[in-house]
Design a protein around this ligand. Sequence first.
Ligand SMILES: *Cc1c(COP(=O)(O)O)cnc(C)c1O
Length: 370
Amino acid sequence: MVDLQSQYKKLQPEIDKAILDVVGSAAFINGPEVKSFQSDLEKYLNVKHVIPCANGTDALQIAMMGLGLEQGDEVITADFTFAATVEVIAILKLTPVLVDVEMDTFNMDIEALKKAITPKTKAIVPVHLFGQCANMEAVLKVAKEHNLYVIEDTAQAIGADYTFRDGTSKKAGTIGNVGTTSFFPSKNLGCYGDGGAIFTNDDDLAHIIRGMVNHGMYKRYYHDVVGVNSRLDSIQAAVLRLKLPHLDEYCDARRTAAEYYNKGFSNSDNIITPITSDFSTHVFHQYTLKLKNINRNALHQHLLDKNIPNAIYYPVPLHLQKAYTDSRYKEENFKVTNELIETVISLPMHTELDNEQQNFIINTILDFIK
Ligand SMILES: *Cc1c(COP(=O)(O)O)cnc(C)c1O
């Protein structure tokens, strides 16, 4: 699905040197590379505070801890996302409330969000799925009306731009109270191991979170708040620092590849290509088709037989996962996710795709559905 080796080769001399420099310095934890990456990312995102941490799942958990959410508080998120989003809600003994998504963008459905609000609701976690922002203007409006926190799961959309109706724009992850991301190798800005970060413009929240990622310490061996051990290590920061200046170019390469796929499938009525909403750019973490009158599972297998990587994101909606069943969920409230899990298929999407590879993928699919 991704080609991390070719991407690495283009930056190999710089990256090899940066990694060896960290090894030589032995500043593995909280070394200067971490601070430098943090401030480079703050500039790129135009956000006051970036707090690096160990992975995107921790980032979500720590953001919720930092906001002081407590047992029994309800947190609303999308039914159609990677499980990490809901997992941390459950781990913290908060109550996850899953809502349906929009058929065209795969993102949280705002009407479903409104219906899910109760007096116990404390936070909304919009997930910017597959690389484009959820309808943040509408999410913020709902949050304001009900006095709720907004935590943006930006693991799949770092670099995307959100434009408000007044024409101003912000980077994905810097719009709500707090945003989180992942630097997992296959994410749009990936390191060579695990990594993550939390973003906020709130000075007090940033201070709390900075202690929380490091055992709740502000001064060594003085533990003011309950924390965790979740740090971005210096080697990963060194890699990310070299890749960050290429992030916009990586996003462009993904968009170009997506347009090429779109053109390739434009004459097929039974293949619905991804749409880009007018308020967000799309950074195509995934390129996901919806199929009509086509046996999706047979196509999935056929592509695998032809050595074409492809994946079903996601095969089971969260409300039907064993770990997250809840007797309050009603199937009629999940019409869209229940349909998506049967019809979506994601194709290879990365920065190194070339037209020849894409032609092969497109033609193999078109031949199959003829
Ligand atoms: C990848 C991902 C995460 C988790 O990130 P990790 O770094 O793997 O822990 C969270 N949410 C979404 C939507 C993701 O895609």
